[in-house]
Design a protein around this ligand. Structure first.
Ligand code: ZN
Length: 452
């Protein structure tokens, strides 16, 4: 597969020609291209595995396969905007097709011929001339486009304003300029992020993130079970800080181990250590989810809630739905009237069932969106007196596991954003912020796992 892709490049080809050949090889019709072009899907088609990486200096890397059995790998800087990540994906693809030796591609230094070629290839791949010309038509005035038009076009193409404007100026001659310096000055003055904010345009379109996750290879250096095991204490540490318990990572690990080992004989097994006992219950939820073959359904929430409180002095109190109304302190979302809990759970049951039954046919992003909706609905139903957050997030991770995805945990410092995303779903029925958080957390989990 990947050898075939490598043969696309012929010596002397221009970046434009190579990009057109790649699109054709992928089965796209050059006069009817789906935009935004999905460079991640193209990489995948070429047999490349891409991973995100934390880097201060690099846009990306290309690691050449050592032999025929090896896989070409591309690393993309996680901390860069999605538009730049897409550009880097296309850029590294060029190294794979043309250069066939490992490359390290620094931020802002495109000085060598090889790097310049790869940048031009990326521009041509993501902004094919024909398509750009066609899509630019509505914005043309006397054959020219202005910067506002360039901004709107950049959003259609899924590229940065600057990349789009330069392509329009240098490549397509639709954006007139007197000199490079003058053009740079104008582009710098435009402040696209401010304009986007003022016009209510998303700075990080969710469809681009969805492309990035849909072709992503969830590749575990260690087994996926081991991943869950390694992450368990981290989850619990974070989750319990979220619920107002203030313990450090090591304390949590030690206490959990002791309660596990000694059960009711543990010095921690008393009301005095209520929080810690819940930490242990929480830990056992994840152990259960790791090993169980039980089919997931919405009523398993009750089981998770019972497990969460199983080491407490009154474990029988858990697992039942609340019989009174609550106002969640500090939360920005409303919870269901208690009379509605069961009817809403019954409704949700079939949504969970449908989603899980389609686990193999839904794309990763479709599945995540469904799981996000379910997660949000559970937080609104707020079925229990206590432990709702932990149980709903555990349930969510269980759903991820069914799709072969790693668990995520919302870190302490990100919880504000997470609650805001839930609140947006509450108020406007808009789930894309939750989906955005989930996709990025999945990438973060993968980076943590594979950097071990
Ligand atoms: Zn490069």
């Amino acid at each position: 597969m990947f050898n075939k892709a490598i043969n696309i490049y012929k010596s002397g080809m221009s970046p434009e020609e190579l990009a057109a050949k790649v699109l054709e090889w992928c089965g796209y019709k050059y006069d009817d291209l789906p935009v935004p072009i999905d460079p991640f899907a193209i990489m995948r088609k070429c047999g490349i595995v891409y991973q995100f990486m934390n880097s201060k200096k690099l846009e990306g890397v290309y690691i050449v396969p050592e032999d025929d059995d090896d896989i070409p790998v591309v690393g993309i800087n996680f901390n860069r905007p999605i538009t730049r990540q897409r550009f880097s994906a296309a850029h590294e693809l060029c190294h794979h097709l043309k250069d066939q030796h490992s490359q390290i591609c620094p931020i802002g230094s495109m000085s060598t011929t090889i790097e310049k070629y790869a940048e031009r290839f990326a521009a041509a791949l993501l902004m094919p001339a024909n398509t750009m010309r066609e899509l630019a038509l509505p914005y043309l005035n006397n054959g020219c486009i202005d910067l506002q038009g360039a901004l709107l076009l950049s959003i259609r193409m899924g590229v940065s304003f600057s990349a789009c404007a330069r392509r329009l100026a240098y490549g397509l001659h639709l954006l007139p300029f007197s000199s490079s310096q003058e053009l740079n000055r104008r582009l710098n003055k435009f402040k696209p992020d401010k304009v986007k904010m003022a016009q209510g345009i998303d700075r990080e379109p969710i469809d681009l993130l969805e492309q990035a996750v849909n072709s992503y290879e969830f590749f575990y250096k260690i087994s996926s079970d081991m991943t869950w095991y390694l992450f368990k204490n981290n989850f619990i540490f974070n989750e319990n800080r979220m619920e107002g318990v203030d313990l450090d990572e090591y304390e949590v690990a030690e206490i959990v181990a002791d309660l596990r080992l000694n059960g009711s004989a543990s010095e921690y097994c008393s009301t005095e250590y209520d929080n810690i006992i819940q930490v242990t219950g929480h830990s056992s939820i994840y152990d259960f989810m790791l090993s169980t073959d039980e089919k997931i359904d919405v009523y398993k929430l009750m089981k998770l809630n019972r497990m969460l409180f199983q080491y407490t002095p009154n474990p029988d109190m858990a697992g039942g739905t609340r019989k009174y109304n609550v106002l969640v302190l500090g939360a920005k979302f409303e919870t269901a009237d208690w009379h509605d809990i069961m009817p809403r759970l019954i409704k949700l049951r079939s949504v969970v069932e449908t989603t899980v039954n389609q686990v193999d046919t839904l794309s990763v992003s479709e599945y995540i969106e469904m799981a996000a909706r379910i997660h949000h609905e559970i937080t609104q139903i707020h079925p229990f007196s206590d432990g709702n957050g932990r149980c709903s997030r555990a349930f969510f991770n269980w759903m991820l596991r069914l799709k072969g995805l790693p668990p995520i945990y919302i870190k302490h410092e990100n919880k504000e954003k997470y609650y805001e995303a839930l609140s947006l779903a509450d108020l406007e029925g808009e789930h894309k912020e939750i989906v955005r958080i989930i996709i990025k957390e999945l990438f973060k989990t993968m980076m943590e796992i594979n950097s071990r």
